[in-house]
Design a protein around this ligand. Structure first.
Ligand code: C2O
Ligand code: CU
Ligand code: CU
Length: 488
């Protein structure tokens, strides 16, 4: 653990020295609200999603070359309801092959959008995506093998909110942009001219790409937002390539109501929550009597050299709230949210073990030079000794079986993700997970000791379009820390 931690720290200081500036602002600007495409109701024709090249100003005053989905950076917030089928037309115009994966969706492999469903530049991919699962916050992003990190960093990502009868009836704030906000948190590096940059090196492959500037919904933090007096709901996605973020409130605990795959049984209060790349949490902020509060983000969540040395790392105010004084959502803090029995490990009939491996003695620096933004099939990292290979099925799962997956690492902290399901965490880093991570999840942290999940797959994923399991540090995934499995 020591050596990597030290490398991570020297990498970060080199980065700071190289750019010389963090573009974090002194004064907050109004929160940028991502445009919503509301699909609930009748859907006429197909739903166009256009992956395009664009220019986007993150707030530095200079436009950066980006990718966007129907927009200049990131995609729309798609809002859909359980029971719908979403007929997408995903048109690729980025000048390179891409894919769009629906992260968190319980869907068959042939519409999952993984690395086998490449969309050539100029082509259109038309999956009919069934929405069968409960209310939850999901997302979609590039899964182009070897280029996931670069394409997602450049902007090929968006949020999909799923509602169901229960969530639409729930006594919770749900007026988008008023008392219900989507926050996509990312870290970026900007050069001296204010252009977004992404440069690979051996260290970047090792730690994953870590920017020094926090960006919310494509705009540099901090942001501020005026809200009515009442409860305010935040649906938060960590869409960083590699950073674990530690979130807390300026005043009082952070109140979590939902995790990746849906509502918790009841709200959970925590001093702070640790979010890995890929994770989602929903939070309620109580503005019934408070006039101000703020969401704080520590870019060095999960410890690391800086975090330990300076006790808490780089905590910054990400988003501050002020009440307008107008009456808003007048409900009380909920006490019950969902029925969720504790996971029962006795249901597992199959056990599998996975070790995420950094140390396969590849020359990462040479790879970074040679491959530029592409790590691909290089096989620099692995799971159970096998780097991801497009034509190798690593595991075969029987549909409907409940399985126990045990995950460990050879070094450092990694976020493990599984396609096609939500699972329950039995243990994380050898211990009981925090209460806010005990509901439906598709991400688990793995560092010391075993992280164990109880998982069941209910949809088909054949050989041609298998599901993936992988580290969600996108550079690790691109470097081969990924495996493929079928469900039949
Ligand atoms: Cu968020 Cu395999 O991905
Ligand atoms: Cu996924
Ligand atoms: Cu990793």
């Amino acid at each position: 653990m020591q050596r990597r931690t030290f490398l991570a720290a020297s990498g970060a200081s080199a980065l700071l020295a190289a750019s010389g500036i963090s573009w974090a602002q002194n004064t907050a600007r109004p929160l940028r609200v991502l445009p919503m495409t509301d699909l609930i109701g009748e859907i006429e024709g197909r739903i166009p999603l256009s992956l395009n090249q664009a220019n986007h100003d993150f707030g530095t005053g200079t436009a950066s070359a980006t990718f966007g989905i129907n927009h200049s950076y990131l995609g729309p917030v798609l809002r859909a309801k359980q029971g719908q089928t979403l007929p997408f037309d995903v048109a690729n115009k980025i000048g390179d092959t891409s894919t769009i994966h629906w992260h968190g969706l319980h869907i068959p492999g042939d519409v999952d959008g993984g690395p086998h469903q490449e969309i050539e530049d100029g082509a259109v991919w038309s999956p009919d995506v069934p929405v069968v699962q409960r209310a939850s916050m999901n997302w979609f992003h590039s899964h182009m093998h070897g280029k996931t990190a670069q394409q997602t960093y450049n902007g090929l990502a968006g949020v999909m909110l799923i509602e169901d009868d229960g969530s639409l009836d729930a006594d919770l704030p749900q007026t988008y942009g008023v008392d219900d906000f989507v926050l996509v948190l990312q870290d970026k590096t900007f050069d001296a001219d204010g252009r977004m940059s992404y440069v690979l090196s051996g260290e970047v492959f090792e730690d994953g790409y870590e920017g020094d500037t926090l960006v919310i919904n494509g705009a540099i933090a901090p942001a501020s937002q005026t809200v009515p007096s009442g409860l305010v709901r935040l649906r938060i996605l960590n869409a960083c390539n590699a950073r674990f973020l530690e979130l807390s409130m300026d005043t009082g605990p952070i109140t979590v109501i939902a995790s990746d795959g849906g509502f918790l049984p009841s709200p959970v209060e925590a001093k702070s929550i640790l979010m890995s790349p890929g994770e989602r949490y929903e939070v309620l902020v109580d503005m019934r009597t408070a006039e101000t509060n703020a969401l704080n983000v520590d870019l060095n969540g999960g410890g690391g050299f800086f975090g330990n040395l300076f006790g808490g790392g780089q905590t910054t105010t990400a988003l501050s709230f002020t009440t307008s004084g107008e009456a808003g959502f007048d409900g009380a803090m909920p006490t019950r949210l969902a029925n969720l029995a504790p996971p029962n490990p006795a249901e597992a009939t199959v056990t599998r073990s996975f070790e995420l491996q950094m140390d396969v003695s590849a020359d990462l620096a040479a790879l970074a030079l040679a491959w530029d933004n592409f790590c691909g099939d290089a096989g620099a990292m692995a799971i159970n000794g096998q780097p991801m290979k497009m034509d190798r099925i690593n595991e075969r799962v029987r549909k409907g079986d409940t399985e126990l997956w045990r995950v460990s690492v050879d070094d450092q902290l990694h976020p493990f993700h599984v396609h096609g399901c939500s699972f329950r965490i039995l243990s994380q880093n050898g211990a009981t997970p925090p209460a806010y991570a005990q509901g439906w999840k598709d991400m688990v942290h793995v560092e010391d000791g075993w992280s164990e999940i109880l998982v069941r797959f209910d949809y088909d994923a054949p050989e041609e379009t298998p599901y993936m399991y992988h580290c969600h540090i996108l550079e690790h995934e691109d470097c081969g820390m990924m495996g493929q499995f079928t469900v039949t």
